[in-house]
Design a binder for this molecule. Structure first.
Ligand SMILES: NC(=O)C1=CN([C@@H]2O[C@H](COP(=O)(O)OP(=O)(O)OC[C@H]3O[C@@H](n4cnc5c(N)ncnc54)[C@H](O)[C@@H]3O)[C@@H](O)[C@H]2O)C=CC1
Length: 286
């Protein structure tokens, strides 16, 4: 397998490089060399490197900023995906594209299967849904929706919580948005496995289990205290979404049904076990 990665410096891009299977050749250019907005550059780099697989880990991921920057978000999350889908097809490479639980409106009360009807609440989700449609124009494309992604390096909820838990006397965290955290390392391994199985169409991947952002924050504090990453516990108080307004609306329930994926990859670890692994990496890197 020759894997070309777009967005190699992001959380998932780095995890894909760290978990590449034995025998895979990984090509991970930086964004200056592989800007997915540059159709000519995309075509040239694929022609030059001749990948069997094109992983698109690049995205516009600033959910709230997308509300006032819809044009850029759409160009990165949808228009560029159409470019990648066409180029992959022209060069005989398999496109592996990543999408999000934010394509759903969160009104369900049981996990969303891959064929559930999308209805994004915000601009980010709408651009990611448009990207799915663009990728699906390539019949061989694999699209994997995930949620609440974090990694030892990157801008994510785990690092934000660790910082605030050191700075603040107490924290208030939303308790009425429910989903599942996803450690980028486990997601990357799942993508390699799905690609090797030549899966096509839409699949779902998160860690196992369900929690609220409040539950996640409490677990981060407990595990970080146990690992010595935090010195003292602070009170963490559950609040409602209406008490913490954000520019973009977010789904209240975004648990994804992973049955089809796990039949090919085996089950994910429970989210708390993955959290512990990530915090161990953060501690070891400190
Ligand atoms: N972070 C999260 O909580 C979630 C992420 N996802 C999806 O997972 C995928 C991976 O996300 P993360 O690794 O967390 O994001 P990230 O924000 O850590 O990485 C995205 C990378 O794409 C790069 N990028 C942006 N525009 C680009 C362009 N024009 N050309 C090349 N690279 C460009 C960025 O510089 C960044 O390095 C994305 O498709 C995202 O939409 C889905 C659900 C949740």
């Amino acid at each position: 397998m020759i894997a070309l990665i777009a967005g190699a410096a992001g959380q998932l891009g780095r995890a894909l490089q760290a978990t590449a299977p034995a025998g895979a050749t990984v090509i991970a250019p930086d964004e200056a060399r592989f800007d997915i907005l540059d159709a000519a550059a995309v075509d040239a780099i694929i022609a030059e490197t001749r990948p069997t697989h094109l992983f698109n880990a690049a995205a516009y991921t600033a959910v709230d900023k997308a509300e006032t920057d819809a044009d850029t978000a759409h160009r990165v999350n949808a228009t560029a995906v159409a470019t990648l889908a066409t180029a992959a097809r022209a060069h005989g490479a398999k496109l592996v594209h990543i999408s999000t639980d934010f394509v759903f409106d969160g009104t369900a009360s049981t996990p969303y299967p891959p064929d559930a009807t999308p209805n994004p609440l915000g601009l980010y989700g709408a651009t990611k849904r448009a990207g799915e449609t663009a990728a699906l124009a390539n019949p061989d494309a694999l699209i994997v929706r995930t949620a609440w992604v974090y990694a030892a390096k990157g801008n994510n909820f785990v690092h934000t919580m660790l910082r605030l838990m050191r700075e603040r006397p107490e924290l208030r965290v939303v308790a009425d948005q429910v989903g599942t955290p996803t450690h980028a390392t486990g997601l990357a391994r799942a993508l390699w496995a799905l690609a090797a199985a030549n899966a096509r169409g839409i699949f779902h991947w998160t860690d196992a289990g369900v929690c609220s952002w409040y539950d996640f924050a409490v677990a981060i504090q407990e595990e970080a205290l146990a690992l010595g990453l935090l010195a003292t516990a602070i009170p963490i108080l559950p609040i409602r979404t209406t008490d913490y307004p954000t520019p973009a609306r977010r789904p209240a329930y975004s648990v994804l049904d992973k049955t089809d994926t796990w039949a090919l990859t085996g089950p994910a670890l429970p989210w708390r076990a993955e959290l512990r692994l990530c915090l161990q990496d953060i501690r070891d890197a400190a």
